[in-house]
Design a protein around this ligand. Sequence first.
Ligand code: EZ4
Ligand code: CO
Length: 404
Amino acid sequence: MKIVDARVIVTSPGRNFVTLKITTDDGVTGLGDATLNGRELAVVSYLRDHVVPLLIGTDPHRIEDTWQTLYRGAYWRRGPVTMAAIAAVDTALWDIKAKVCGLPLYQLLGGASRDRVRTYGHANGRDIPELLDSVRARLAEGYKSVRVQTGVPGLQTVYGVHAGTAIDAAQLDQRALPVVEDWDTGAYLRHLPRVLEAVRSEFGPDLPLLHDAHHRLTPQQAARLGKEIERYDLFWLEDCTPAEDQRGLRLVRQHTTVPLAIGEVFNTVFDYQTLIDEQLIDYVRSAVTHFGGVTPMRKLFDYAAQRQIKSAIHGPEDISPVGMAAAIHLDLAVHNFGIQEYSGHTALTNEVFRHAYTFDDGHLHPGEAPGLGVELDEELAAGHPYVPAYLPVNRLQDGTLHDW
Ligand code: EZ4
Ligand code: CO
């Protein structure tokens, strides 16, 4: 079997998605997600100009060797552009192998370790009453676990919440230039305990609650926050501090038992070495799409399992249904599954990417279609071309650029 064609398809059915489609001489096709929100075309070029020529004529069954060739052979390792491109190839090859076997991908990963995949949804509000309404809406949709984000008094725009309407941060990028958010760590640290108090008193102690600090705190601030909110029994506190400096998590860990989740911006296992070896976190958050594909995700989870750390694959709207499908197959198969982030996609996106996975009663299932179970309607995709878009940036009130 040989790869005879590999094409990069860019489509924007509401937001930009980059998809790699690989075709074999037997006519089997595989899809991989290469969407890097706000920097999409860099990955398109990396694939089209530098990766596709290497794939033509090679054996699609040699997934590990292809991965190693793209990773080691380039000499220049790691980085989100490289790893998103490799992810798309790796995922498409797993799709092909599973289709050739006539099995859904999860069967090739060891088979189901559970019946269904639990998820969490996003609740956002400009203020506490609006957040409580949003939590009610997620519960009505079937979600059993909810991430809670609110505006902070005195600030115009914060992560997950815009001054005009409550929207998800992933939607903010559909504008010509980056939206500028404002930030005041002191105000946030004073506000968040009140938010969690209000949510707990409205919904009781049983509802699993999550919160994303979106890299905005120092380790000292995160340690203080963790201690203060322990009584609200969070499922996790996410990205409490920028984790390029993995040692920073030692301070947080010494001071609080709040479960910690990190890794959505990581792209290789080396980003996790200290965090996993020293058991500084509880959940690894990488996306199949940004971490080099199914192959390294499986290795990451096995490594994390040695330290009782669980999976929590990144699943915002900027992961395409192709990347989501790959995540759901892994979720069903790995033993140390934790939870899956899931917001769903627009109806149009679901038409462009028809998928076998289903969401029911707050749980996902990958379905039984061979491969990933996703088909791309290329004609429909072509009618929704790329739209230039950026993620927001974040500034302190004196204008200093801050992490977001
Ligand atoms: O802001 O994926 O946990 N989820 C998140 C996401 C990220 C977006 C950035 O592209 O933090 O919503
Ligand atoms: Co996050």
